[in-house]
Write a protein of this length. Structure first.
Length: 359
């Protein structure tokens, strides 16, 4: 069965209507919402400038006025439907007591957690308070956003954050973390449980500070087989979703379990997320047929197409917009914007989407 891409053509934002939130609430949006993972970052010269001024990436995350500024930068250039608070998933392990640094060209470096003693040293007390700069940034951004732009908060999923803590940063295909998962090491289970509770507290505080939706990034979910995915991705994320609901928050949760392919459908059901974000390798017709009837789908333009531009970019956008119904789709990339993406290609992406939706 082919689902016909419905059209939602409106030219001007209606007061107070946020298209992203309308889609997340399964309502008819005033237009197809668009935002991009890593829409703030190194591909923007004005980001590079502020980062130089801050001194480093972490100092930038810790300075709410500068973090607010870089959060807003892409909104000044592009007609987007959401801002995402500028921070990083690894601020949580740092707040738990891990050393964290970002080395030029190397990515993050963390002190490693590989035993019950290491997990025991992590301190949850005061953890949520140590992330105060993030809530302050949210407050500042919130005060300057146009009323039709939603603000997204986020955290890393327990499995993905644990994998960085166990490996001590970015490392090949995460052999130590995967081994600990297969062996169901008790210290590993304790770490996942700690990160689950922490993520719930952290997202609750972001919601209190003013975000309209939250996204949980499980960037390495594709590492795990059925049994481990259920135990270490689906169950913890379901606990986070249920934890927020139990505290009375109706804020929609977007889940991004990158690389799980056909398991997205079961993942959505098992976790109770409001919308699912999908990587670029998932067939768009399958997203429309198998996912969109159940929940809104975010994705999944190949970030490489945006870096290249031209006919490759146009073809990929047309395929998505023509296949995904506008009222069940949040246009995004399948992963973050690449640093080698010319900003003009991002502007072009928005122009093409808006023109197709008006046609
Ligand atoms: O615009 C946005 O999306 C908001 C900010 C944001 C950042 N990181 C800023 C950032 C978000 C949502 C993240 C999430 C994040 N961080 C993830 C999950 C999404 C994904 O990409 O899979 C992960 C795994 C991390 C951990 C992380 N942070 C790594 C591995 C790296 C180094 C690699 C890289 O891209 O440089 C970072 C650094 C980082 N986080 C940068 C930014 C803008 C680059 C820092 C810089 O050099 O200026």
């Amino acid at each position: 069965m082919m689902i016909e891409a419905s059209r939602v053509p409106v030219d001007k934002p209606l007061p107070g209507r946020k298209a992203l939130i309308e889609v997340l609430n399964n309502a008819q949006p005033w237009r197809r919402p668009v935002w991009f993972m890593r829409q703030a970052g190194r591909y923007l010269p004005e980001y590079q400038e502020v980062r130089r001024r801050a001194g480093s990436f972490l100092e930038l995350c810790d300075a709410p006025d500068l973090a607010c500024e870089v959060t807003l930068q892409p909104l000044r250039r592009f007609d987007l439907d959401a801002a995402i608070v500028f921070a990083d998933i690894l601020l949580v392990p740092r707040a738990l007591g891990c050393d964290l640094s970002f080395r030029e060209g190397e990515g993050p470096v963390l002190s490693r957690v590989v035993s019950a003693e290491d997990v025991g040293r992590l301190s949850r007390d005061g953890m949520v308070g140590r992330l105060g700069a993030v809530y302050e940034t949210i407050g500042l951004v919130k005060a300057s956003l146009a009323p039709h732009v939603a603000l997204i908060g986020f955290c890393g999923a327990p499995w993905t954050v644990a994998s960085y803590m166990i490996e001590g940063g970015t490392s090949g295909d995460r052999p130590h973390a995967r081994r600990a998962a297969h062996e169901r090491q008790p210290w590993f289970d304790a770490l996942i449980e700690l990160l689950t509770e922490t993520a719930c507290d952290y997202l609750a505080r972001q919601i209190e500070a003013g975000v309209d939706a939250v996204q949980i990034f499980d960037s390495w979910a594709g590492d795990l087989d059925d049994g481990l995915r259920q135990r270490y991705c689906e169950t913890p994320i379901r606990h986070i979703v249920e934890g927020l609901a139990a505290r009375g928050y109706g804020t929609p949760v977007i889940g991004f379990a990158r690389g799980i392919g056909a398991a997205h459908r079961g993942f959505a059901e098992a976790t109770g997320i409001a919308a699912i974000s999908v990587e670029s390798s998932v067939p768009v017709a399958w997203m429309a047929r198998e996912l969109a009837p159940a929940l809104p789908v975010q994705g999944n333009l190949d970030p490489v197409a945006a870096a290249i531009g031209g006919p490759a970019l146009r073809r990929a956008i047309e395929h998505l917009v023509h296949t995904m119904p506008a009222d069940r789709h949040i246009f995004n990339f399948g992963h973050g914007v690449r640093p080698d993406t010319p900003p003009a290609h991002v502007a072009e992406t928005l122009r093409i989407i808006r023109a197709l939706d008006r046609a």
